[in-house]
Design a protein around this ligand. Structure first.
Ligand SMILES: *[C@@H]1O[C@H](CO)[C@@H](O)[C@H](O)[C@H]1NC(C)=O
Ligand SMILES: *[C@@H]1O[C@H](CO)[C@@H](O)[C@H](O)[C@H]1NC(C)=O
Ligand SMILES: *[C@@H]1O[C@H](CO)[C@@H](O)[C@H](O)[C@H]1NC(C)=O
Ligand SMILES: *[C@@H]1O[C@H](CO)[C@@H](O)[C@H](O)[C@H]1NC(C)=O
Ligand SMILES: *[C@@H]1O[C@H](CO)[C@@H](O)[C@H](O)[C@H]1NC(C)=O
Ligand SMILES: *[C@@H]1O[C@H](CO)[C@@H](O)[C@H](O)[C@H]1NC(C)=O
Ligand SMILES: *[C@@H]1O[C@H](CO)[C@@H](O)[C@H](O)[C@H]1NC(C)=O
Ligand SMILES: *[C@@H]1O[C@H](CO)[C@@H](O)[C@H](O)[C@H]1NC(C)=O
Length: 403
């Protein structure tokens, strides 16, 4: 009898713990929910002394997870969790190395930011998520290979990122922002449709990009300030047929081509300081542009934001040769077909014409004569502002006050 009521007490203790979320300040607080398979309420751990979160028994959270400014936190493992009804918000946990949600299939917004030590992220089961944000981590390869349904994707300022893989993703329902990361190649083979904006910008080491199945971008497309991306050729966006908004490509590229484009609803701005000839691009796409069309070849003036202040500028000389601005024109010319993208002091030519002419002023139609577009174009979508979830935070705080 006594044993039985103890058991009852024990059970009600467990279920009470499982029904009021978790507000943990210490590692010991974590133990209070260690037996719960379902938690109703939010997990809120902020500015705590918690060093690791490991709740293998937890399969479902009817609520959200909020983890911020836990300076000693190194590991977050919720490997039994299948469903998170609301969001995961991880902000500024500077020591976190590992985040593992092996079994998680469905989640609200999944947001990880300011986690400079984070190198392991397991989301191998994740198939459905509202928005997905990974900002300022040291993840080397981001694999979310079961993901099939997603709102916005934001991948910004990951200084160790070598690859991104979404093997099952065919459509992004919102925006796809990939900015200020360090990979050399970006290959997103399955994505056919981005309903919102597509912005792949300021990835300084990017030399090759391909989205072979992409047919449609619903809103704006921006491929600017990838300063090592010298060619956007036929194989980069071979099937891209329609852009619902503006197209912006500003950089140092030598070639740009969208072979299948048939409709650009907005305006187009193409501006390169590379050894770039507008004519082939213009004859390919201008006829399909609904808004205004501008193609320039000239100095790009807004690079200081990213520390790339020394830009190589080429000019087309009177013979049609493309030579480095200020370089001695007697050096050996190079062709644009050359794979070399680096800013060498060797002049390049658009044709294979060997030119020994002087570094003359370029023809006015191919060079943007006045100051290049600066803050106007530069500020449009450099880095998307990160959502602050203010309302969610307020809700979370309110729920903490309640329990
Ligand atoms: C969890 O379950 C174990 C074994 O059933 C028990 O010993 C422990 O006290 C429980 N912990 C809590 C916090 O209820
Ligand atoms: C991140 O957290 C640390 C330690 O709590 C704090 O000093 C720092 O100001 C925070 N940074 C930001 C950007 O919030
Ligand atoms: C991926 O999702 C499918 C359902 O879409 C599921 O059957 C499969 O088990 C998942 N794979 C992993 C590794 O979770
Ligand atoms: C994308 O983000 C915007 C702005 O935060 C939001 O209004 C929109 O609903 C999101 N789109 C999707 C499909 O989640
Ligand atoms: C780009 O990422 C680096 C880290 O890799 C960071 O220091 C820098 O502030 C980021 N720049 C912007 C504009 O976000
Ligand atoms: C990209 O270009 C910069 C110079 O603009 C250079 O320092 C850097 O090494 C290049 N990165 C790669 C991967 O080529
Ligand atoms: C783009 O097309 C729409 C209708 O298809 C038209 O209303 C609009 O004026 C066009 N915009 C420009 C700049 O031509
Ligand atoms: C740009 O060039 C100047 C002089 O040529 C040099 O002093 C400066 O350090 C360079 N800046 C960068 C970011 O390379």
């Amino acid at each position: 009898m006594i044993g039985f009521s103890f058991l009852l007490l024990g059970l009600s203790f467990v279920s009470a713990q499982c029904n009021k979320g978790l507000f943990a300040r210490t590692q010991a607080d974590m133990d209070s929910v260690s037996n719960c398979s379902k938690l109703v309420g939010d997990i809120y751990i902020s500015g705590s002394s918690v060093t690791s979160i490991n709740l293998p028994n937890l399969e479902e959270i009817e609520g959200s997870i909020y983890l911020s400014r836990n300076i000693g936190l190194t590991s977050v493992k919720l490997d039994g969790l299948k469903k998170l009804s609301e969001f995961l918000y991880m902000l500024n946990n500077s020591a976190v190395v590992e985040v593992s949600f092996k079994s998680l299939t469905t989640s609200g917004d999944f947001y990880i930011s300011q986690s400079p030590s984070l190198s392991k992220l397991d989301l191998s089961s994740l198939s459905q998520v509202s928005d997905f944000d990974l900002v300022s981590s040291s993840i080397g390869s981001l694999n979310v290979d079961n993901l099939s349904t997603v709102g916005n994707i934001t991948i910004i300022s990951n200084f160790n990122l070598n690859s991104i893989s979404f093997l099952k993703l065919t459509s992004v329902k919102g925006d796809l922002y990939i900015q200020n990361n360090t990979f050399k190649e970006l290959s997103l083979k399955t994505i056919e449709n981005v309903v919102g904006d597509l912005a792949i910008t300021s990835n300084k080491d990017l030399t090759y990009i391909t989205m072979p199945d992409l047919t449609k971008v619903g809103k704006e497309m921006d491929l600017s300030f990838n300063m090592n991306l010298s060619n956007i050729k036929e194989d980069s966006f071979p099937k891209l047929n329609e852009i619902g908004g503006d197209l912006k490509v500003i950089g140092t590229f030598d070639t740009f081509s969208l072979p299948s484009i048939k409709n650009i609803e907005g305006s187009v701005e193409i501006d390169s300081s590379g050894c770039f000839d507008c004519e082939p691009v213009s004859s390919q796409i201008e006829q399909y542009v609904n808004g205004t069309y501008h193609c320039y070849r000239g100095k790009i003036g807004v690079l200081d934001l990213f520390g790339d202040s020394n830009i190589t500028v080429y000019n087309i000389d009177s013979s049609g040769a493309c030579v480095l601005n200020g370089a001695s024109a007697s050096s050996t010319p190079k062709t644009t077909q050359s794979t070399s993208s680096s800013a060498s002091s060797t002049p390049k030519t658009t044709q294979s014409t060997s030119s020994s002419g002087t570094n003359t002023k370029s023809s006015s139609e191919s060079i943007h004569s006045s100051t290049p577009p600066t803050s106007k174009s530069g500020s449009i979508s450099f880095i998307k502002s990160v959502p602050l979830f203010k309302t969610m935070l307020v809700l979370t705080l309110v729920s903490i006050i309640i329990f």
